[in-house]
Design a protein around this ligand. Structure first.
Ligand code: ST9
Ligand code: ZN
Ligand code: ZN
Length: 347
């Protein structure tokens, strides 16, 4: 049986029956009956059928330029999630000047995973209360629930209750994010559906049918790749940093998700802008992107973790219930704060 751990001190109390409020620990999901949301079930069902049709069109009638364009949109919208919603906004793992914030908000809107402030709130709750009823996509409810099921039913009351205690003031204060949230129902259809369908028709004479279904294929693909981080990367892979938590190191997910599959590391050090120990570009495209942005001065104050701290943590593997949502979390220890490296620092 795994020892129980203290989230506050990171010290292992042998034999102590302490299950942290900040960690799933041994907590089993309750037997709550899930309340289905039929609108979402129908829309998600349609999207996935349309994506299969888009796949068929890709091999039979769509122009090569349309396929390449769909791939580029997948990568750009992906950056809006990885470099934007995830590493910049949910975790504050670096800072960005307004042109980069604007660009990432546009990429993020192409991805249609709801407004950044809502995405980041759920994600902070996910880190802070991993694998408990308060985790919106609690992987202990199984692969399907953590992948997409959680978007097809009402949230557990614990998600909302615990979520209210998460500080979101930093994101609510950003006028670009406020605009995105306030006008989401206007800007999202334009960036996620209208423009990506119009571009292939206007610039290289693609048919409406091919452009429309190829775009739905791109959207469904990017959604599933994102969801794999919540499902597959919470179940399959090694746990070199912390063997007592579910998130794992998953190369396949990292390759598809622009470097977001290194989930054991990420849940252990959620403020590292690389979301991995080594920011090797071939398996972490988002890291390459942020480094490029830092070179031109649009990204700065990049937070990472010293080799020494990683080594120490690896040595005392099992000291793993210290859940944080990112940089500035009130439970981040002094050691973690002072031991962090801040690259491209600006005053
Ligand atoms: C989508 C999101 O797909 C995917 C996120 C994945 C995250 C992955 C992270 C992994 C790491 C990064 C990897 C990136 C890789 C990228 C690779 C890219 C290639 N705290 O939500 P409601 C309260 S979206 C506090 O309606 P219901 C609050 O008062 C796909 N309070 O709850 C709220 O009101 P407001 C497209 C909270 O009724 C009120 O409750 N979108 C919290 O239970 C109601 O909230 C969809 O499919 C909280 N956390 O409904 C839509 N949450 O908001 C999906 C809620 O005004 N969503 N409250 O403050 C829905 O339809 C609904 O949310 C629902 C639940 C049916 C799921
Ligand atoms: Zn995260
Ligand atoms: Zn996770």
């Amino acid at each position: 049986m795994a020892p129980n751990l203290s989230s506050q001190t990171g010290i292992l109390f042998e034999g102590e029956e302490l299950i942290s409020e900040f960690s799933g620990g041994n907590q089993k999901p309750d037997n709550r009956k899930l309340k289905p949301v039929w609108r979402n079930i129908i829309l998600m069902g349609y999207l996935h059928l349309a994506a299969i049709y888009g796949c068929y069109l890709a091999f039979t009638s769509a122009k090569l330029a349309t396929t390449i364009f769909a791939f580029i949109m997948y990568q750009l919208s992906g950056l809006g999630i990885t470099a934007g919603a995830h590493r910049l906004w949910a975790h504050k793992s670096y800072k960005a000047k307004w042109p980069l914030r604007l660009m990432l908000t546009i990429f993020n809107t192409i991805a249609f995973q709801d407004a950044v402030v809502d995405w980041a709130r759920d994600h902070r709750v996910h880190h802070k209360f991993s694998e408990t009823d308060a985790d919106p996509h609690n992987a202990k409810r199984g692969f399907f629930f953590s992948h997409v099921g959680w978007l097809l039913c009402r949230k557990h009351p614990e998600v909302k209750q615990k979520g209210k205690g998460i500080d979101m003031s930093d994101l609510y204060a950003d006028p670009i994010l406020k605009f995105q949230k306030d006008y989401y129902l206007m800007v999202m259809p334009i960036f996620c559906f209208l423009i990506p369908t119009w571009v292939p028709m206007y610039f290289w004479g693609e048919t409406f049918k091919n452009a429309f279904f190829m775009n739905l294929l791109r959207y469904a693909w990017a959604l599933n790749v994102t969801w794999l981080v919540n499902s597959a990367a919470h179940m399959f892979g090694d746990k070199p940093y912390d063997k007592y938590i579910n998130p794992a190191e998953n190369l396949s997910v990292a390759l598809l998700a622009l470097g977001e599959g290194w989930h054991n590391y990420h849940h252990t050090f959620p403020w590292d802008y690389k979301t991995a120990e080594l920011g090797k570009y071939s398996v972490n495209l988002t890291c390459l992107f942020i480094d490029l942005m830092a070179k031109i001065g649009w990204a700065y104050d990049l937070k990472t973790v010293s080799e020494d701290m990683v080594r120490k943590r690896v040595e005392r593997t099992g000291d793993g219930s210290h859940e944080l949502w990112g940089w500035g979390d009130k439970d981040q220890s002094e050691e973690e704060r002072t031991g962090a490296l801040i690259l491209n620092k600006q005053d």
